[in-house]
Design a protein around this ligand. Structure first.
Ligand code: FAD
Length: 381
């Protein structure tokens, strides 16, 4: 099998790198210090993403009818590797282009597609995803935020938690319970809710990852028209699962781990740490993990290119990316000590960035359960 990129693909990667070298400000490390939800990075994303959109690079993998170039998922994988390795200058907008947009395109009405997709593909939209609740994370179907249909509107009451980038978001991709009499997976729906709607209260949760990252969101008698429903009422589980398939491999996290690992290896050689056999072995196994994560990610891309149905390969790829992230984060802490926690210093705070990798989009244990059932055919219990 040929694992090499074509000449055109390599030329495209070089073009993206040149673009990044030109467009990322000299103080990018300082600017991106507080993570993708920070005021600085959100503002930067709204300047940067329209420039990507002008070149067709923001949504090249989307069909032309909805604002893309209809290019293959391979091109987008190259592009995403470069973005993630550079510290994700798209900021929170990576969520829109990776999974919110495709899910709106798949399940939305014509009106919803016209309203929401063009701003996403122009790089002007900020979204958040309201799935998790205080008592519903891994067991998402136990969520209790309720949306009651009253004539031509839904009235929403409940609470979400860990909602990323929510302070700056204009719209929430919200999973709610619309029926309490149906079996729990069948009583859920997705609503597209403007965050400016009366009755929504957002509170920030302090975190090590960065500023304005996590939030709690409270809904008290929040009224939205029935046109906010994405897909069919009570069939929101399928909509959410469609989005999660994209989310789980949405980011080639190994691209950043690999970049930091290269820095680590160079600096370890300079400091003479390579002579330490245990350290050198750890470097080697981290490199093997990065390579494995990359191959598993590309395998999922290949399945998309060939239009195959989603499989547990995306769960496996996610687990491998988490292992690579953690291995590199641990090495960074060992070599650089507390400096490894500071954005903009060598390794660019990789330890902090890697910490939540095994929790977001489903914990490692839950991903492994899915691999055990769907890939190995083991019984659910
Ligand atoms: C960086 C980051 C960003 C996030 N962004 C968002 C967001 O934008 N929107 C959103 O809705 N949520 C978001 N989340 C929340 C995330 O989806 C949840 O944290 C995750 O689903 C786990 O849920 P929980 O925190 O309730 O943990 P729990 O589900 O309570 O899990 C606690 C522990 O129990 C283990 N466990 C649970 N069930 C099983 C099982 N069946 N088998 C084995 N072990 C099990 C878990 O692995 C974990 O170790 C984000 C989280 C992180 C870390």
């Amino acid at each position: 099998m040929d694992f090499d990129w074509s000449d055109e693909d390599q030329a495209f990667r070089a073009e993206v790198r040149e673009f990044l070298a030109r467009e990322l400000p000299k103080d990018w490390a300082e600017l991106s210090r507080d993570g993708p939800g920070s005021d600085e990075q959100v503002a930067f994303s709204l300047r940067f993403c329209p420039k990507l959109a002008e070149r067709g690079w923001l949504t090249p993998h989307w069909p032309r009818e909805i604002g893309g170039l209809g290019e293959s998922a391979w091109r987008y994988a190259i592009f995403s590797e470069e973005m993630w390795a550079a510290g994700e200058p798209r900021g929170p907008q990576y969520m829109n282009v990776n999974w919110i947009g495709p899910t709106v395109a798949r399940f939305g009405t014509d009106e919803q597609a016209k309203r929401y997709l063009p701003p996403i593909s122009r790089g002007e939209a900020l979204w958040c995803q309201g799935f998790s609740e205080p008592n519903a994370g891994s067991d998402l179907a136990s969520l209790t935020t309720r949306a009651e249909l009253r004539s031509d509107e839904y009235v929403i009451n409940g609470q979400k938690v860990w909602t990323s980038y929510c302070k700056s978001a204009e719209t929430c991709f919200l999973l709610v319970r619309t029926s309490t009499s149906l079996p729990r997976h069948r009583g859920l729906s997705v609503l597209l809710v403007p965050m400016s709607t009366s009755g929504i209260v957002v509170r920030e949760i302090d975190t090590l990852i960065g500023s304005h990252y996590f939030h709690e969101v409270f809904f008290e008698n929040v009224r939205v028209p029935t046109t906010a429903l994405l897909g069919k009422e009570n069939e929101g589980w399928a909509v959410a699962m469609y989005a999660l398939q994209y989310e789980r491999v949405g980011l080639p996290r190994y691209a950043r781990s690999q970049r930091v690992l290269d820095e680590l290896a160079t600096d370890a050689a300079r400091r003479g740490r390579i002579a330490d056999t245990a350290f050198a072995d750890a470097l080697r196994s981290a490199r093997a993990l990065c390579a494995a994560a990359r191959l598993l990610y590309l395998r999922v891309v290949d399945q998309r290119v060939r239009d195959l149905p989603p499989t547990a390969d995306s769960n496996l790829a996610r687990v491998a990316m988490t292992m690579a992230d953690r291995a590199v984060g641990d090495l960074a802490l060992e070599l650089w000590g507390p400096d490894a926690l500071v954005y903009g210093s060598p390794g660019d705070a990789h330890f902090r960035a890697a910490l939540p990798a095994g929790i977001a989009t489903g914990t490692t244990e839950v991903q492994l359960n899915l691999v055990a059932q769907r890939w190995l055919g083991l019984p659910r219990d």
